[in-house]
Design a protein. Structure first.
Length: 83
């Protein structure tokens, strides 16, 4: 593979123009609650539910996004977030 620019040039070509950190992290995203397009065993929940269920949180500049690891799912899918 041939590269037209050096590694040091690449560093100067790319720069972060936004940073999503802190207590407003999730304000930059929309929580999608539509059915899973792959028909998997998952139930996507809204932000309020995700916070209540402990699926998302932010504190001290760190963000957690995860799936429900505790509930018995039965015929429904496991609660999760899709942003």
């Amino acid at each position: 593979i041939f590269c037209r620019f050096s590694t040091s040039e690449a560093i100067f070509r790319y720069a972060r123009n936004e940073a999503f950190v802190g207590d407003d992290f999730f304000e930059h995203f929309t929580f999608n609650t539509l059915p899973d397009p792959t028909h998997g065993k998952v139930e996507y929940v809204d932000e309020a539910t995700a916070r209540t269920e402990g699926l998302v949180r932010e504190a001290d500049g760190k963000v957690y996004i995860g799936a429900d690891l505790k509930s018995k799912t039965g015929g429904r899918g496991r609660k999760s977030v899709r942003i």
